[in-house]
Design a binder for this molecule. Sequence first.
Ligand code: ARG
Length: 264
Amino acid sequence: MARLLMCRPTYYNIEYEINPWMSRARGAVAPVAQAQWENLYRTLTERVGAQIELVEPVPGLPDLVFTANAGLVKGTKVILSRFRFPVRSPEEPVFAAWFKAHGFEVLELPEGLFFEGAGDALRCGEHLFAGYHFRSEIRSHAAIAEMLGERVLSLQLVDPRYYHLDTCFCPLTGGKLIYYPAAFDAYARRVIEQYVPERIEVSPEDAARFGCNAVCVDNHVVLSTGCTKLTHELSGWGFQVHAVNLSEYLKSGGSAKCLTLRLD
Ligand code: ARG
């Protein structure tokens, strides 16, 4: 059974601007954000059959809902994130405490290396890919490779709208991948083509609706509403697609995948 970490959006809002989607002038509508989150939660538990663990919301930490950025989990170990922007740094001890209380061994990166967890590091088949540039830095990849004892394939992100790897790259069951090629530099695109034979290229429209920020569990894919072309292609590959409206989270530059962290 898939186990995911989530955080209720009790204190969620757009309180600062650290990516091009965020504007303090366009705040989140709290009751709508809450209903959308509950709908995602129900979809994951009831339709996908995932088990959800919850971290307590904390006042003053609006982005704590984006649990994908808590760290990178491997077995019972987790490499704790070190956030690029000081506004998110206070999330680090909150996630560290949750992991420790739930039996994880918490590993810390050497001082001064930015790395934003599963937002920027994803397994596709047997390969571990990691994004860098806007948030995580490439020097963190060598540290991760050493800490986990495995190879990391580094991918440079070039479009500020797709600032985390999980905004433009989504591994699916069976080693397949959906991704938005224009978010990567030419070399990263070559690496992806070399290592992942079965790929769906997402259109600019579906990418901008956060279609790549999907949660895939077995043959289920949960993603933002409105990704028509992508939904059609995923169905063609035999996936069962569940569309959820996450408009309030798009305002923060996030969607389904960012709101979850795979724990198993
Ligand atoms: N507002 C958050 C930020 O800019 C959104 C994080 C989305 N998380 C993700 N894994 N893509 O940090």
